[in-house]
Design a protein around this ligand. Structure first.
Ligand code: NAP
Length: 212
């Protein structure tokens, strides 16, 4: 997304934050989030787009659960820390910085499997539940944001299945797996089409609403 947005040329500056590097942002450390937001606030430039592309599905220790018997409180807590609480803290510190006049967007990458209405397969309890929590946090923040930023948009976005280290172990034949470059371009198309009435929604990579 950073490469795409830099190439677009429509923004005065594109700032990539990560947990490594100079502008460190660690989702489990609110101080690092507050500091990153403070540095951006100090630029005194209207913030037009904040895009959260973080998330957690598996690592060396935790694999997605296949049944209730595999539930592990530490795994659940980690999923919520990264997929729900971290993005909630991003909204806490970055939504107040969005431009008050004209279009401004906060979008966080959620996942269709976080949809409660669309859950027919079960499994992946922690990922599903933490993304459902994220969706509720986005919706709640959007209600609050509208009071101060009438034209701003706050959404959860399902990026489709994308070839990344998160999805790779689970990519099956028949799935429409796209490259990160293609996914970024689809996300950008959705972001450009957003208007204030979209705030508080959960959209897929084609801009269509995903059931809650
Ligand atoms: N790939 C898919 O098919 C797919 C499908 C549906 C939804 N999504 C969602 O899309 C988003 C991006 O996923 P991805 O496929 O790009 O996964 P990924 O390649 O695993 O990237 C996850 C990103 O989150 C960052 N991150 C993880 N924990 C963090 C922490 N504690 N503090 C700060 N950053 C942290 C990682 O940073 P590091 O590089 O430092 O590890 C990495 O940049 C996620 O929300 C995911 O749920 C993906």
């Amino acid at each position: 997304m950073v490469e795409l947005l830099e190439g677009e040329g429509g923004f005065e500056a594109v700032i990539g934050l990560a947990r490594t590097g100079a502008a460190r942002l660690e989702l489990t450390d609110e101080t690092s989030i507050a500091q990153a937001a403070g540095q951006i606030a100090n630029r005194n430039r209207p913030l037009r787009l904040v895009l959260d592309t973080t998330g957690f599905l598996h690592d060396d220790e935790f694999k997605p659960e296949k049944s209730l018997s595999q539930l592990d409180p530490r795994h659940l807590a980690h999923s919520f820390a990264i997929n729900a609480i971290g993005p909630a803290l991003l909204m806490k510190h970055f939504l107040p910085l969005l431009a008050r006049e004209g279009k401004a967007v906060f979008a966080t990458l959620s996942a269709r499997v976080g949809s409660i209405g669309d859950n027919r397969l079960g499994g992946w309890h922690g990922y599903r539940a933490s993304k459902a929590a994220l969706n509720q946090l986005v919706r709640t923040a959007a209600v609050e944001l509208r009071r101060s930023h009438r034209q701003a948009v706050c959404i959860a976005l399902h990026p489709g299945t994308v070839d990344t280290r998160l999805s790779r172990p689970f990519a099956k034949d028949g799935l429409d797996v796209r490259s990160p470059t293609t996914a970024a371009s689809e996300i950008w198309t959705v972001l450009q089409a957003l208007g204030p009435d979209d705030s508080g929604s959960f959209l897929d990579q084609h801009g269509r609403a995903v059931p809650w």
